[in-house]
Design a protein around this ligand. Structure first.
Ligand code: SF4
Length: 448
């Protein structure tokens, strides 16, 4: 069970030395109990205390990493049942399943090229295929190893969907350094796969006829040296899947069985969209999808993005100056806040005008324009400071900045703060009126 703040406080040195950044050990203990800091921030904690607290404060669901390098994916480490209690931390990995029994090597290589390079940016997140789940081809160990290498060469994490121990061993021996996930077929004897995962220290999917069986098998695998596991709940239909995913998460968080404290794996057959949606919304850590059509991925990614944003933090993008089209030094310079929704609406409307421009996105802690202004985050002085910090004022020679119509009240203060002959032009209240604004205000002004 997790320790309370007071229990943790009693184990800390009690010197109030402030090295952790908090004024007292009690304040630090409270933050630690809430999971908002890590124990390593207290340099004077004894090893004994670290061991005690470390075990007590470890996430109830183990973090497991699949793959190596920039595209490696870590799943697990969740601490809550309801997203609004805190947040979900590790977005569901979405893997594309490939069946070499239906495709030639050339076709597979082409698919891999496509899936390795596809990337769609939305609200500050890059949507990509997170990894490839490769089904074992019938009768050719060499081919399995070759195809596994082809995936690794592209830097993508691999799940080896194995039906035979010899087949998966040949692939594992080729790409063991890439930390592939070993996924035995449901119903096979798992003991040789457990031995293989232990030998190469690789993550392994544990299956079972029911949740008790899954948990007991996980404990047994841990005894045999497997540390990183994912659990695959049995489910004959969507209803049972929903129930079992919920039971697994609840059981892990309540630490009712040591075999439940692992991320969850889900394999989904072609056309089982409901299972993918249940998996993303209800605790699946990694979903391997067979033959999911391209048009299904965008909704899946979008759903996942919405589930895995922190409900306590507004969706925001990094402050910077964005070019719309190919603006020169005479192009309009506009300013807005770094609330993602505001940025996407304004940049899309700007793009639609066909007028090349620059959009300075200033740090307003992810608030929309009016909210930021009322909170003192979008005052004339702050906007001026941000425009200078971002170098926005160096891009244009007309020394004019266009502010959102809703905050015309800051124009005087902003002009004073910018100084140096800068002037402030109040733009439209709605981004949809930018086209008319450019036509009726900006262009006559620049031409006249
Ligand atoms: S660093 Fe450790 S001993 Fe010092 S105040 Fe923080 S918790 Fe207490």
């Amino acid at each position: 069970m997790a320790l309370t703040g007071l229990q943790i406080f009693k184990l800390l040195p009690g010197t109030n030395c402030r090295d952790c950044g908090y004024t007292t050990c009690l304040a630090f203990a409270m933050k630690l109990a809430a999971g908002q800091v890590s124990l390593d921030k207290c340099p004077t904690a004894s090893e004994d205390i670290k061991a005690t607290l470390g075990a007590a404060s470890a996430p109830p669901i183990r973090g497991v990493t699949i793959g190596k390098g920039e595209r490696a994916i870590t799943v697990g480490e969740e601490t809550v049942y309801f997203r609004h209690d805190k947040t979900f931390v590790r977005p569901t990995g979405l893997f594309r399943m490939i069946d070499p029994n239906r495709l030639s090597d050339g076709e597979i290589e082409k698919h891999l090229d496509d899936w390795a390079t596809i990337g769609i940016e939305r609200a500050g997140e890059l949507f990509r295929v997170d990894g490839i789940a490769m089904i074992e081809p019938a009768g050719s160990r060499e081919r399995y190893a070759r195809l596994a290498e082809a995936i690794s060469r592209r830097g993508m994490p691999v799940a080896l969907m194995a039906s035979t121990i010899d087949g998966v061993r040949s692939a594992v021996e080729k790409i063991k350094d890439q930390r592939p996930l070993i996924v035995p077929s449901p119903g096979v004897d798992q003991s040789p796969f457990v031995a293989l995962a232990a030998e190469f220290k690789l993550p392994l999917v544990i299956t079972g006829k029911d949740l008790d069986d899954v948990a007991a098998t996980a404990v047994d695998a841990a005894k045999h040296g497997v540390t990183d596991m994912l659990l695959e709940p049995p489910a004959k239909d969507a209803r049972e899947l929903h129930q079992n995913l919920s039971r697994l998460r609840r059981g892990a968080l309540d630490r009712i069985h040591p075999g439940l404290g692992y991320p969850i794996f889900l394999r989904v057959a072609a056309g089982e969209f409901d299972k993918v949606v249940i998996g993303i919304t209800k605790f699946a850590s990694l979903v391997a999808m067979e033959n999911a059509a391209g048009e299904a991925w965008l909704p899946y990614w979008t759903l996942r993005q919405n589930i895995y944003t922190d409900p306590q933090k507004p969706l925001q993008i990094d402050p910077s100056v964005h070019s719309i089209g190919e603006p020169d030094e005479n192009a309009p310079l506009l300013v807005t806040t770094n609330f993602s929704l505001t940025y996407f609406i304004v940049s899309t409307e700007l793009d639609g005008t066909g007028v090349p421009s620059r959009l300075a996105v200033v740090d307003a802690e992810g608030m929309s324009v009016l909210t930021a202004w009322s909170a003192g985050k979008f005052s004339g002085e702050k906007v001026a400071k941000e425009l200078r910090r971002l170098g926005a004022t160096e891009h244009v020679k007309h020394k004019t900045v266009i502010i959102p119509g809703y905050v015309s009240v800051i124009s005087g203060e902003l002009e004073d703060a910018l100084g140096d002959g800068w002037r402030v032009l109040t733009g439209p209240q709605e981004a949809s009126d930018l086209n008319a604004f450019f036509r009726d205000v900006w262009q006559p002004m620049m031409n006249g």
